[in-house]
Design a protein around this ligand. Structure first.
Ligand code: FES
Length: 117
């Protein structure tokens, strides 16, 4: 089994008053989200329909509606709620000394370790 690779991508303090920030990792569009309780998670943000940026969609809590054709996702679980679609992929996060590290590659569902604080 190979060791998962991480990239230092941000600082916790970068998220003061900010819910999410967008990044591109190996040509994949990903966002890191900060929860009200201070935990973080990272999710792919390209809509599974035609790749629209989901962070430009309408949010209602963890539910986001794609701005182009209305596919609805739970951004935290990655599940599409109104279409038969693959889930948005998640990345693992590690936080050490106020630095946020993100896994270079998406993780599979059985590797999902939940939120990171
Ligand atoms: S691109 Fe998102 S619903 Fe079409």
């Amino acid at each position: 089994m190979s060791e998962r690779q991480y990239l230092k991508i941000a600082r916790v303090e970068d998220f003061k008053g900010i819910r999410f920030k967008r990044y591109t990792i190996l040509a994949r569009h990903v966002a890191i989200f900060k929860e009200p309780d201070g935990t973080f998670f990272a999710t792919e943000i390209s809509c599974k329909h035609q790749n629209a940026d989901l962070t430009t969609g309408r949010f209602n809590g963890d539910i986001v509606t794609c701005p182009r054709h209305g596919w609805i996702y739970n951004i935290k679980t990655g599940q599409c709620l109104n279409q038969h679609s693959a889930k948005l992929r998640k990345h693992d996060l590690r936080i050490e000394n106020g630095e946020i590290y993100i896994s270079m590659f998406p993780i599979s569902d059985d590797e999902d370790e939940g939120e990171c604080s």
